[in-house]
Design a protein around this ligand. Structure first.
Ligand SMILES: [Zn+2]
Length: 94
């Protein structure tokens, strides 16, 4: 992702979290503020320490409390930080 795409993704996520979370403080330290990572990370299935290629991946954006470090992983697709790949859904299998 370019820096511009990262900025757009984190802007979308911040807007989404403002709608869904409102002004909620960190549940651990009751303070905050939250800090959104511009980059999208991925969770992959654990397989005894080996790497699964082609397995399901969950794209996530870490949101951290800047006071205590408590980190929440927000799904990048649900939050709109990442656009769903449209072409894989309706492309005919030719
Ligand atoms: Zn905290």
């Amino acid at each position: 992702m370019t820096t511009e795409e990262e900025k757009a993704a984190s802007d979308k996520l911040i807007k989404f979290l403002n709608e869904k979370w409102g002004n909620r403080a960190c549940p651990m330290c009751n303070k905050g503020p939250w800090e959104v990572q511009g980059k999208i990370f991925q969770l992959s299935e654990f397989s005894g320490g080996g790497l699964i290629v082609g397995g399901p991946l969950i794209p996530v954006v870490p949101v951290s409390c800047s006071n205590c470090g408590h980190t929440v992983l927000v799904n990048a697709l649900i939050s709109g930080a990442l656009q769903k790949p449209a072409e894989t859904q309706e492309k005919p299998n030719v």
